[in-house]
Write a protein that binds this ligand. Structure first.
Ligand SMILES: [Fe+2]
Ligand SMILES: [Fe+2]
Length: 336
C-alpha cells in the first residue's frame, strides 16, 4: 500500500510534487504551435487542480484516464492566479496500491450524524400518509439509505463532495421547519418536508460517485426530477399493497402534490423544471433549495480562491467578484 504524502491543499507555488492523485478529467489538446499536450484535473480529498503534460503525451494519456490513480512527479506553479502542476513523470497505479479514502472529497459533517437528524425530522411528521411515504423511502429502503449517506448533491456546482446531498437536504429541512412555523397555519409542514427530502433524492442514481462524479446513463436520459417522481409512484404503489400499513388508499391529491414538489423545484422551464411552482410549499422549497445551493457554492468559491487581498477572482457563473472576509484571506494564505 502506497502512502500519500502530499495533498492538493498544501501544494504551493514552486513546490516539488511527488505524490499520488486521482484523475478527475483528462483531455488531449493541441497547443498554438501544433504540439499535442495533455490537460488533466487531478484530485484528492483536499481539493483538485489542473496539470499539464508536455512530454511523452501519447504514453501518459493512456495511463492518465479518468478515475485512474497516478503517481505524479513535477512542479507546482502559479498560472493565471491558480495552482497548476507541470508534470515531468507520470505512472499509472493499481487500485489496490492506494487508500481510496485519501482521494475522495468529503464534506465537514459526519454523514451518520446528519442521517440521524434527517430521521428525527421524519419522525416528527404528522400526516400518516406523508409520514409513511417518507419512512418507506428514507428509513426502510436500505439501498437508498446507504447511497444517500455517500452521494454528492451535484457534479460541480454545489455540495460536490461525498455526503453533500445529505448536508444539503438537512440544511434545507431545518430552514423549512423554521418557515413552517413562521407562516403557520398557511403552509403544510409535512409537504414542505417531503419537498426538502425528495427534491434531489434521485441524484443517488443520476450521478455515479464511487470515484470522481459523473452522470449515469439514467441521469443523462431522464434526470433526477423524472426519476424522483418515478420513485414516489413506485413507493405509493408499494404502500397501497402493504396491508395494515395505512388505514386507506394513499390519497391521489397528496401523491400529486408530492410529485409537484419534485417537478417544480428548479423553478422555471429554463432550469429544467417541467412545471413552475404552483403552490406555496413548492414555491418555498424552490427558493430555499436555490438559496442553500448558492450559499454553499459561493462559500466554496471564496474558500478556494487564490487571489491575494480582499477580492476574489471573477466568478464566471455569477459574473461578479466576491469580497473576502478575514477567514477567507487566511484560507488564501494556506492555499498559495
Ligand atoms: Fe434539483
Ligand atoms: Fe437541491
Amino acid at each position: 500500500m502506497l502512502e500519500k504524502n502530499q495533498y492538493v491543499a498544501t501544494l504551493t507555488d514552486k513546490s516539488q510534487v511527488e505524490s499520488i492523485f486521482l484523475v478527475k478529467y483528462s483531455s488531449l489538446q493541441t497547443g498554438k504551435t501544433g504540439k499535442a499536450y495533455l490537460n488533466l484535473v487531478l484530485m484528492d480529498k483536499t481539493g483538485e487542480l489542473e496539470a499539464r503534460v508536455w512530454d511523452d503525451v501519447p504514453q501518459v494519456a493512456s495511463m492518465a484516464v479518468r478515475d485512474a490513480f497516478v503517481w505524479v512527479e513535477g512542479s507546482c506553479q502559479n498560472f493565471q492566479g491558480r495552482k497548476q502542476i507541470v508534470v515531468k513523470k507520470l505512472q499509472g497505479l493499481r487500485e489496490d496500491q492506494v487508500k481510496i479514502k485519501d482521494y475522495l472529497k468529503v464534506g465537514e459533517f459526519d454523514s451518520e450524524e446528519q442521517y440521524k437528524e434527517l430521521v428525527a425530522f421524519v419522525h416528527s411528521m404528522k400526516d400518516p400518509y406523508y409520514k409513511a411515504l417518507a419512512e418507506s423511502i428514507l428509513i426502510d429502503d436500505e439501498e437508498i439509505v446507504a447511497l444517500m449517506k455517500k452521494a454528492p448533491a451535484a457534479k460541480t456546482i454545489h455540495h460536490a463532495y461525498r455526503g453533500g446531498l445529505l448536508e444539503h437536504v438537512v440544511a434545507i429541512t431545518k430552514t423549512l421547519d423554521f418557515l413552517s412555523e413562521l407562516y403557520s397555519p398557511f403552509v403544510d409542514r409535512d409537504l414542505l418536508f417531503l419537498g426538502g427530502f425528495l427534491h434531489d433524492l434521485a441524484k443517488i442514481w443520476e450521478l455515479s460517485f464511487e470515484r470522481s462524479t459523473d452522470y449515469t446513463d439514467a441521469g443523462k436520459l431522464l434526470g433526477h426530477l423524472v426519476m424522483g417522481i418515478e420513485l414516489v409512484e413506485k413507493k405509493v404503489i408499494a404502500l397501497d399493497s402493504t396491508s395494515g400499513k395505512l388505514s386507506g388508499k394513499f390519497p391521489e391529491e397528496k401523491k400529486l402534490l408530492v410529485k409537484h414538489m419534485i417537478a417544480s423545484h428548479h423553478g422555471s422551464y429554463a432550469f429544467g423544471s417541467p412545471k413552475e411552482p404552483q403552490c406555496l410549499e413548492a414555491f418555498i422549497v424552490h427558493a430555499i433549495d436555490d438559496l442553500d445551493s448558492k450559499i454553499n457554492s459561493i462559500r466554496k468559491f471564496i474558500e478556494a480562491d487564490t487571489n491575494p487581498g480582499k477580492w476574489t477572482l471573477l466568478h464566471k457563473g455569477m459574473e461578479r467578484f466576491f469580497y473576502k472576509p478575514e477567514w477567507a484571506r487566511q484560507a488564501t494564505e494556506l492555499n498559495t
